[in-house]
Design a binder for this molecule. Sequence first.
Ligand code: NAI
Length: 223
Amino acid sequence: MKYTPKKPPSPKTVVSPSVIKRLPRYFRYLRILIREGKSRVSSSELAERMNVTASQIRQDLNCFGGFGQQGYGYNVAYLYAKICELLGVGAGLSAVIIGAGNLGRAIVRSSMFEKRGVDVVGIFDINPLFVGQDVGGVKVYPMRELKDFCEANKVDLAVLTLPKEAAAETAAEILACGVKGFWNFTGQELSLGEAAVVENVHLGDSLMTLCYRICSEEEQHGN
Ligand code: NAI
């Protein structure tokens, strides 16, 4: 069956950040469906799995043209391919990790980059003892080589897992080399304007949200 989006979004359509934030969830759940060998899914089944409403799913996907057919639902492989396209999976993005400490090593050893089609091409650290090491199949280089490396390898994004104090200067240094985005774990706010996109990650915030919910639920239950 051939799928034609009902109404392709105009390039000027602004998709709300909350919809964009949900796209990776579609990506994850569709991967599961593919692993299970499912070729077709209804919006209500997908909604049940994702713990959202079917209308939310239809609304979200309509922002990009729909991708489904009434009475049929969604073709899993097609929808997965479209979500991958939207998320840049398979766009051949490459990344460097800056800071080969505990967090940098844990991140590079996880399978998350591979699963999302991002190629980690190098790790950089100021500590000469780390230089030359192999971490999860990726080599550690000295910081003095960072700029040339980013230029030569057309690096798209940098993962900042170095101390907060060095984050802004390091980010500014590689902006001119074509790095378009920063996955920033350092807790340092980066003011890069329109020059690059920044995605800040604070695991501690997530932990505190969990703690809040535990405590407020205890209160609600009168404990
Ligand atoms: P770590 O001390 O194990 O690693 C930091 C690494 O950065 C070290 O290998 C060090 O040699 C290197 N480094 C220091 N100055 C540098 C520079 N100017 N250029 C390049 N490399 C440099 O620390 P850890 O635990 O790996 O944390 C790394 C960063 O991530 C810290 O900023 C920490 O606050 C942050 N962090 C953030 C989390 C989050 O959820 N956002 C969670 C855990 C850590």
